[in-house]
Design a protein around this ligand. Structure first.
Ligand code: NAP
Length: 336
């Protein structure tokens, strides 16, 4: 076991899109667990859009990362020292352990990851926070019904790819919006989306008209901005909009002015609702149970994009914000 713990800390608050120089690689002694705690060797680190918000000085729903502090992040890893009866050496666990190769955490802040058919990395994706976000954000917030048309933005990402497939399982017509032809082909050909188009090259209004001939009943919004403006022009009476995220806005220095579409909700008697997945914590077991079942049945597929080594994390994070990831963006920090 290494005696040095390599970590990525926040070096500067980004203006616009983060730069590699906003992060710094630092070294500290490998920590030691004391009573009630567990020492974990990180195997996979999750890179997620919410981390961009934590790099700002302003508090949002969570406090910002301080300059010099290790970046926050979900990790799945292996227990290498346990001072808590709940865990044994060799157990796989998931928790918010940060961008670092080793971390100590109280046992109550970790969840056991069963060794099963797939990689433990799934606890950060399809069987973790993004999968649960897709599950509750679609089913609980938007309640899609058989035969309805569901549009998913950010459709080829960690949350979007799962949300779209769940909508298919519900018997809906599913249309994905993503940022490359390779992504849209994958959504159609491998994930079973009924249609998908590239928002960077295709006309938004015309594509939505073509692929949603009966209008849009449900919109699962990961991105906001011009895509959402276009969707709102074509919603049906009684439409439900699940406001999962607005990634098109996260790197803007000045807020974008767009069409004011709230009137559409009045005219179409629609409902738009935001949510934070953390508020569903007491129902995670239900969500994981269903996601696991669909995986085993083969009705849910996923893709992971895995960068190698802690030094690769800043560039992989920036790439994810720019859409370079195909599926869930991870970094492998050590051998599984
Ligand atoms: P992701 O989709 O795997 O990665 C981000 C994707 O955003 C990129 O691959 C890129 O795909 C797309 N993107 C970047 N800039 C864009 C732009 N200007 N316009 C349109 N698309 C853009 O990330 P994720 O983890 O699944 O998260 C997706 C969304 O869910 C984010 O908004 C995130 O904040 C939100 N989220 C919310 C909750 C919650 O509790 N509410 C929980 C988890 C995630 P393209 O190639 O398609 O552009």
């Amino acid at each position: 076991m290494a005696t040095v713990n390599r970590q990525i800390a926040l070096a500067a608050r980004p203006v616009g899109l983060p730069q590699v120089s906003d992060f710094q690689l630092q070294y500290s002694p490998r920590p030691v667990a004391v009573a009630g705690e567990v020492l974990v060797r990180s195997v996979f680190l999750s890179l997620d859009p919410y981390m961009r918000g934590r790099m700002n000085a302003a508090a949002s729903y969570a406090r910002p990362v301080a300059i010099g502090e290790v970046m926050t992040g979900g990790v799945v890893g292996l227990v290498v020292q346990s001072e808590a009866p709940e865990f044994r050496e060799g157990d796989a666990v998931v928790g918010t352990l940060g961008w670092q190769e080793y971390a100590v955490a109280p046992a109550r802040e970790l969840r056991q990851v069963p060794f099963g058919a797939g990689s433990i990395s799934r606890a950060l994706g399809v069987l973790g926070m993004p999968g649960l976000t897709a599950y509750f954000g679609l089913l609980d917030i938007a309640n899609p019904r058989r035969g309805e048309t569901v549009v998913i933005s950010g459709a080829a990402g960690a949350v979007g790819m799962i949300a779209g497939q769940i909508a298919r399982i519900q018997g809906c017509r599913v249309v994905g919006v993503a940022g490359s032809d390779a992504k849209t082909a994958w959504l159609r050909d491998e994930l079973g989306f009924d249609a998908a188009f590239n928002y960077k090259t295709d006309d938004l209004d015309a594509s939505l008209q073509e692929h949603c001939p009966d209008g849009i009943d449900v919109y699962f919004d990961n991105v906001g901005g011009a895509i959402t403006d276009a969707v709102m022009r074509q919603i049906n009476t009684g439409a439900r909009i699940s406001l999962c995220g607005q990634i098109s806005q996260y790197n803007l220095v000045q807020p974008e002015m767009g069409p004011r579409w709230l009137g559409q909700l009045t005219v179409k008697q629609g409902r738009a609702q935001g949510f934070l997945i953390s508020s569903y914590a007491d129902r995670f077991a239900e969500g994981l149970g269903r996601l696991n079942l669909w995986l085993k049945q083969g009705s849910l597929r996923y893709r992971e994009d895995i960068a190698q080594g802690i030094e690769a994390a800043p560039q992989a994070f920036i790439g994810m914000l720019q859409g370079k990831n195909e599926g869930k963006q991870l970094v492998q920090l050590s051998e599984s």
